[in-house]
Design a protein around this ligand. Sequence first.
Ligand SMILES: Nc1nc(=O)c2c([nH]1)NC[C@@H]1CN(c3ccc(C(=O)N[C@@H](CCC(=O)O)C(=O)O)cc3)C=[N+]21
Length: 296
Amino acid sequence: MSAQIIDGKAFAAKVRGQVAEHVTALKAEHGITPGLAVVLVGEDPASQVYVRSKGKMTNEVGMKSVEHKLDENTSEADLLAVIDQLNKDASIHGILVQLPLPKHLDEDLVINSIDPAKDVDGFHISNVGLLGTGQKSMVPCTPLGCLMMLRDHHGSLSGMNAVVIGRSNIVGKPMAQLLLGDSCTVTIAHSRTKDLPEVVGRADIVVAAVGRPEMVPGDWIKKGATVIDVGINRIERDGKNKLVGDVDFASCSEVAGAITPVPGGVGPMTIACLLANTVTACCRANGLAEPEGLTA
Ligand SMILES: Nc1nc(=O)c2c([nH]1)NC[C@@H]1CN(c3ccc(C(=O)N[C@@H](CCC(=O)O)C(=O)O)cc3)C=[N+]21
């Protein structure tokens, strides 16, 4: 059997189209332009890839895009001052601080200094707590994008066995919360999990978010399962640079019912959800109805 490919690139384009419609309406009916600020400290290669397409797409959907590029050696006080200024800026509805930060900066402290209402990454402890208790929050972009693709493919996820591989605050944990919210039976697996192949083999939904190139082989996957590959790993193969996921696409796509490719799967959806979150934050800030279909 050959799996259906879930086209994240096309889905993301559709989501961005919906975002653009909301932006047009916000401008026309309320004279408001949603604004997104990205703060970059230093030069992490993965972040650079991300920022390139992000800036382009922010402008494409008609939003205001602001970039703050700070030196690798920026002090914590200087970074916090930039965030404080953005927190107070009424034209900015979303703030994203690119991670990872250079070692001398306290990531938790920095993230928690962002106004939770503008925290479009959904990483602030207030948003994490709200998500965990099923209250309205800003939802992390990558897990939100995965959820949208899963809902689109399956309709209801109720009662399905979901295994999330990886327990990061950015993907694994919030992904598990969202799947639980949609009434899946959720297992979070990680590097210490005993008999990972057996655990993965029980899953109707596998979300791989470990950051290890092609670590999930097809013979772990239950026949017909849906595989969401969050990994974005740059590897060298046959002397060429290649982008691969956390699952071995060749073998997994033989067994799975549906699978997301890398590139063209989760990555584009992450950016689309960042734009969606910015519109959501803008609507909430102005006491307006939230965009339908763009929130969890
Ligand atoms: N605060 C914060 N939030 C983030 O969401 C965040 C971050 N920091 N730091 C860096 C990582 C990385 N990231 C990506 C998102 C989309 C693609 C993406 O669209 N990738 C394309 C491929 C791009 C290519 O060809 O290289 C794809 O998968 O099809 C990649 C990487 C978000 N990140």
